[in-house]
Design a protein around this ligand. Structure first.
Ligand SMILES: Nc1nc2c(c(=O)[nH]1)N[C@H]1C(S)=C(S)[C@@H](COP(=O)(O)OP(=O)(O)OC[C@H]3O[C@@H](n4cnc5c(=O)[nH]c(N)nc54)[C@H](O)[C@@H]3O)O[C@H]1N2
Ligand SMILES: Nc1nc2c(c(=O)[nH]1)N[C@H]1C(S)=C(S)[C@@H](COP(=O)(O)OP(=O)(O)OC[C@H]3O[C@@H](n4cnc5c(=O)[nH]c(N)nc54)[C@H](O)[C@@H]3O)O[C@H]1N2
Ligand SMILES: [Mo]
Length: 766
C-alpha cells in the first residue's frame, strides 16, 4: 500500500510538554514483568513446563484473554499477562482452615484486593459462621446437601447463577442445564458488563452476536482500525499479528483518548534482533486522541468522507452491489450522515475535520479493512450506535463477509464467548427448549431470566434470595459497589466457586459457602482418568486444554464436578441427568453439547485437539444475515455522542475507568502500570495538565470525585491523587475496580444494559 496523500500532521506524535511514557510495549519491560511474578508466586520446573506448553495443542489454554491459539505457535506462545495469569493460579501459597481461623471476615475486609488474592490458593470448602465471623471448614457432601436444601425450598426465579467467562465449556453447559432444570434462566455472565453490547446489537445489525473475522483475515487486510481496544495491555499476543501485518504494508489507525503504548510501538520480546538493538515496530500510522463517547461523531465524519469521494467519482467508491443485495436502510443512513454538521462532529469527537479526513483516506485507500473494537465502544450508553456506525462504515465498501475484512470485537475472558455458545444466558434462545425436552425430558422456563444489571437491581430490591458464582468477583466488578456490597448479606444463600479469595467472599449471605476449585492449569483427574476441558476464542475457534500441574490440595474439585454436585443435590432424580457419569468423563458432556448445538459442535470430541482449534463458523462471514429482515442493517445516527449524559458546568468531566497491565479485571497482581508509565498507586485520577490548572489543582493534589447522575443516590470517593496525563479535555481517567462505586447500576448501554464504565459524568472537587 502507498499513501495517496502526504500526512497533514503527524498524529502519532504527542504534543510537547505533556507527561507521558515513551517506551514501546513488549521488550525487556515485559520480560521483567514475567520475572517479577515468578519471584512473587513460584519458580520451579513445573511452572516452566506449563508455560512452555501454554496455548499449544494438548497444552493448557491461557487463562488470561480470549486471543487465538495459532496452529503454528511460537516457541513461547504466551505474553507477559498470560504468564502472570497462569503463575498467579499456580501460586504456592495456601488459604485453608488455618488461614480462616486466624482472620475474621471483618479483619479481611480491611485488606487490599491484591493481598486477598496474594494470600494464595483456596484449599478446602468453607462455610461462613456468623457467630464468630469466620469461615470454617465443611465437607463437600455436607455443603452440597445444605446448599441443595436451600435451593429446593425457594422459588427458582429467586436464584441467580452467575458465570465469569472462565470455566470451560463442559462445566458451563452443565451450569446452564442445571439452572433451566431447576426452573430459571437467571444466568448473568461477565459479558453482561463487557461485550453484551456486541451480543445484542451486532446480532440486530448483521445477525451474529460475535465478530466475523478469523486469524486468517489478518494476512489479507490492507487496513486495520482500532476503536477503544488496548492491545498492549489486554491481548498482547495480538501485537505479533499486528507486527506481521505492518511488515506486509497494512495501515493501522487508532482512535483512543489515551496514547496506549502497544498501539504505538512494539518491541517483540521473542525477536533477538529487536531485543538487542531496541528496535521497535511502529504499529499505528495515525493515532487520534478522541474524546470519550466521540466515536459516533468520528464514524459519521469518516462516512461523510466516503460519500464525498463517491460524489467526486460516482460508481467507484461505494460497493453498490453489496449495498443493494445485502443491506437495508442505506438511503436513510446516507441522508442522516450528509445532514450531520462538521462543527458538531468536531465538538463531540474533540478532533478536527482534517484529522478525520486523513483517517478516512486510509479507509478509502484499502480494499480490505478490519474494524477492531473493545470496551471503549461497548461501555457507553449509546454503545449500540457506536457499533451501528462501525458496521455502516465497513458495509459502505462491502467490508463484511469477505476475506481480509470484517468487524472484530476483541473478547475478554478466555472462554467468555464459549460460555454463551453453550447456553449461559438469560434467554430461552440461548439453549434450545426442544433439545432439553428431547435429551433430558426437561421443560425449560418460558420467560426470560435476568442479566447482570437486572439481577443486581432485583438484589437491591430484595427479590433475589440466592446467588451462585462460577468464578468472578461481582462486588468489585459491578457498578455501584457500595450498594451492592451492602445488599449481599440479605441473601439467604451465597455460594462462590473460586480459586482465590476475593472481596465478594467477604460479604457473606445468611448461609455462605466458598467452594474451592481446580484451576485450568491443574491436572483434573476423574474416575475415567485425566480430563480435558475446552474453550472458545474471540474468533469462534474451539480448543481443548489439558491441565498438568499438581493441584494445590487433594481436596479440590473441578468446576465440572462442583456444578454436578450442586445440581445433583438440588434437582429431583431423573435417570437422564447422569451427573456422576458426566463428572467421570467430560467427553460425555461434549457429546451432549454436540447434540444440543449440532451446527457448532459436530464431532466435538474428535476435533478437540485440532491445532489452531476448530471453527464453528459465522453466518455473516458467509454473507448470510440472520437478522429480522434477512439483510444486514444500516443504522442512521440519531445522535453524535455515545455519552448518556454529557458533562456540564466547570467541574464536571467524563470519567473513563481503565485496566493496567498489572491486573486481570479485579485481580490486582501489582501496582505497576508500566505501559502508561504509572507506578505504585491505583487511587489516582489522570487529567490533562491544562485541565488541572483550570481547576486550580497541582500534581499530587487530593481530590474527591462524585457522580453527576442524579438518581437520588450519593456516590463519592475521597482522597484520590491527581496526576497530569496526556488526555483530551473534558475527561479524566482512573482505575477499575477502585472507581466502581461512582458508576450507577442504572447507567448502562440502552439495549443490552452493559454498564457505561467509560462514560460516567463526575464532579471533581478539591
Ligand atoms: N492484562 C489484562 N488483560 C485483559 C484484562 C485485564 O484486566 N488485564 N481483561 C480482559 C477482559 S474481561 C476484557 S473485556 C478485555 C478488555 O480489553 P479492552 O477492550 O482493551 O478494554 P479496556 O482496557 O477497559 O479499555 C480499552 C480502551 O478504551 C479506551 N477508551 C475509553 N473510552 C473510550 C471511548 O469513548 N472511545 C474510544 N475509542 N476509546 C475509549 C481506553 O483508553 C482503553 O485504552 O481485556 C481482557 N484482557
Ligand atoms: N469500572 C469498570 N468495571 C468493569 C469493567 C471496566 O472496564 N470498568 N470491565 C468489566 C468487564 S469487561 C468484566 S469481564 C467484569 C469482570 O468481572 P468478573 O469476571 O466477575 O471478575 P474477575 O476479576 O475476572 O474474577 C476474579 C475472580 O475469579 C476467580 N477465579 C480466577 N480463576 C478462576 C477459575 O479458574 N475458576 C473459578 N471458578 N474462579 C476463578 C478468583 O476467585 C478471582 O478472584 O468486570 C467489569 N467491570
Ligand atoms: Mo470483559
Amino acid at each position: 500500500m502507498t499513501r495517496t496523500t502526504p500526512p497533514r500532521h503527524d498524529a502519532t506524535k504527542q504534543d510537547e510538554g505533556l507527561p507521558y511514557f515513551d517506551h514501546p510495549s513488549g521488550g525487556w519491560g515485559s520480560l521483567k514483568g514475567v520475572a517479577k511474578i515468578f519471584g512473587d508466586v513460584r519458580k520451579d520446573s513445573e511452572a516452566f513446563r506449563i508455560l512452555y506448553e501454554l496455548n499449544k495443542p494438548k497444552g493448557v489454554m491461557c487463562s488470561s484473554c480470549a486471543w487465538a491459539k495459532p496452529a503454528n505457535p511460537h516457541a513461547a506462545e504466551f505474553c507477559e499477562n498470560g504468564a502472570k495469569s497462569v503463575l498467579w493460579e499456580l501460586d504456592q501459597r495456601r488459604v485453608g482452615a488455618d488461614f480462616f481461623a486466624e482472620h475474621t471476615v471483618a479483619e479481611l475486609k480491611t485488606w487490599p484486593d491484591h493481598d486477598l488474592e496474594a494470600a494464595g490458593r483456596l484449599t478446602e470448602p468453607m462455610r461462613y459462621d456468623a457467630a464468630n465471623d469466620r469461615y470454617q471448614p465443611v465437607g463437600w457432601d455436607e455443603a452440597f446437601t445444605a446448599i441443595g436444601a436451600i435451593l429446593k425450598a425457594m422459588d427458582p426465579k429467586e436464584a441467580v447463577f452467575y458465570a465469569s467467562g472462565h470455566a470451560g465449556l463442559e462445566a458451563s453447559y452443565l451450569y446452564a442445564l442445571f439452572a433451566r432444570a431447576m426452573g430459571h434462566q437467571n444466568l448473568p455472565q461477565s459479558s453482561n458488563m463487557c461485550h453484551e453490547t456486541t451480543s445484542v446489537n451486532l446480532k440486530s445489525f448483521i445477525g451474529t452476536p460475535v465478530g466475523t473475522c478469523t486469524l486468517e483475515d489478518f494476512d489479507h487486510c490492507d487496513a486495520i482500525f482500532f476503536f477503544g481496544q488496548n492491545t498492549g495491555t489486554n491481548s498482547p499476543r495480538f501485537l505479533h499479528t499486528l507486527k506481521a501485518a505492518v511488515k506486509r504494508g497494512c495501515r493501522i489507525v487508532t482512535f483512543n483518548p489515551l496514547r496506549e503504548r502497544g498501539l504505538i510501538e512494539f518491541v517483540d520480546p521473542q525477536n533477538l534482533g529487536q531485543m538487542t538493538f531496541g528496535k521497535a515496530t511502529r504499529i499505528s500510522e495515525q493515532y487520534y486522541q478522541l474524546r470519550p463517547g466521540g466515536d459516533i461523531a468520528v464514524l459519521a465524519g469518516m462516512m461523510k468522507c466516503v460519500l464525498a469521494a463517491e460524489d467526486a467519482a460516482p460508481g467507484s467508491v461505494l460497493d453498490r452491489d453489496f449495498i443493494d443485495t445485502h443491506t437495508t436502510g442505506f438511503a436513510e443512513t446516507e441522508s442522516a450522515v450528509r445532514a450531520a454538521r462538521w462543527e458538531e462532529i468536531e465538538r463531540h469527537s474533540g478532533l478536527t475535520r482534517a484529522m478525520i479526513e486523513e483517517a478516512a483516506e486510509v479507509y478509502l485507500s484499502a480494499k480490505n479493512v478490519i474494524g477492531i473494537y473493545g470496551m471503549g465502544m461497548t461501555q457507553h450508553v449509546n454503545g449500540w450506535l457506536n457499533l451501528g456506525m462501525y458496521c455502516n462504515l465497513l458495509m459502505m465498501r462491502g467490508n463484511i463477509g469477505r476475506l481480509g475484512a470484517g468487524i472484530s470485537p476483541v473478547r475478554g475472558h478466555s472462554n467468555v464467548q464459549g460460555q454463551r455458545t453453550v447456553g449461559i444466558g438469560e434467554k430461552s434462545a440461548h439453549m434450545p427448549a426442544e433439545k432439553l425436552r428431547e435429551l433430558f425430558g426437561i421443560e425449560a422456563p418460558k420467560e426470560d431470566g435476568m442479566n447482570a444489571v437486572m439481577a443486581f437491581e432485583a438484589l437491591l430490591e430484595g427479590r433475589v434470595k440466592a446467588l451462585i458464582s462460577l468464578g468472578g468477583n461481582l462486588v468489585r466488578a459491578m457498578p455501584d459497589r457500595e450498594r451492592i456490597e451492602a445488599a449481599y448479606p440479605q441473601l439467604d444463600l451465597s455460594v462462590s466457586i473460586a480459586t482465590k479469595l476475593n472481596r465478594s467472599h467477604l460479604a457473606p449471605g445468611k448461609a455462605a459457602y466458598i467452594l474451592p476449585c481446580l484451576g485450568r492449569a491443574d491436572a483434573d483427574m476423574q474416575a475415567n482418568g485425566r480430563q480435558a476441558t475446552s474453550m472458545e476464542d474471540t474468533f469462534s475457534h474451539i480448543y481443548g486444554s489439558i491441565g498438568a500441574a499438581t493441584p494445590p490440595s487433594p481436596h479440590l474439585r473441578s468446576e465440572t464436578a462442583i456444578v454436578a454436585g450442586l445440581a445433583k443435590a438440588t434437582l429431583p432424580a431423573n435417570d437422564r441427568l447422569d451427573w456422576d457419569g458426566w463428572t467421570a468423563d467430560y467427553g460425555k458432556v461434549r457429546d451432549l453439547i454436540a447434540e444440543t448445538f449440532p451446527d457448532d459442535f459436530a464431532d466435538f470430541n474428535a476435533r478437540l485437539h485440532q491445532p489452531g482449534g476448530f471453527y464453528r463458523g459465522n453466518p455473516a462471514r458467509e454473507r448470510t444475515w440472520k437478522t429480522e429482515s434477512g439483510k444486514a442493517v444500516f443504522t442512521p445516527p440519531e445522535t453524535l455522542s455515545a455519552l448518556g449524559q454529557a458533562p456540564e458546568g466547570e467541574r464536571e468531566m467524563t470519567l473513563i475507568t481503565l485496566r493496567s497491565n498489572d491486573q486481570f479485571n479485579t485481580t490486582i497482581y501489582g501496582y505497576s502500570d508500566r505501559l502508561r508509565g504509572l507506578e505504585g498507586d491505583r487511587m489516582i485520577v489522570l487529567i490533562h495538565p491544562q485541565e488541572m490548572a483550570r481547576l486550580g489543582l497541582v500534581e499530587g493534589a487530593k481530590v474527591a470525585l462524585s457522580c453527576a447522575v442524579q438518581d437520588g443516590v450519593k456516590r463519592r470517593i475521597d482522597d484520590l491523587r491527581v496526576t497530569g496525563y496526556d488526555l483530551p479535555m473534558g475527561c479524566i481517567a482512573g482505575y477499575y475496580p477502585e472507581l466502581n462505586p461512582l458508576v450507577p447500576l442504572g447507567y448502562h448501554e440502552k439495549n443490552s444494559k452493559t454498564p457505561a464504565y467509560k462514560g460516567t459524568p463526575v464532579i471533581v472537587e478539591p
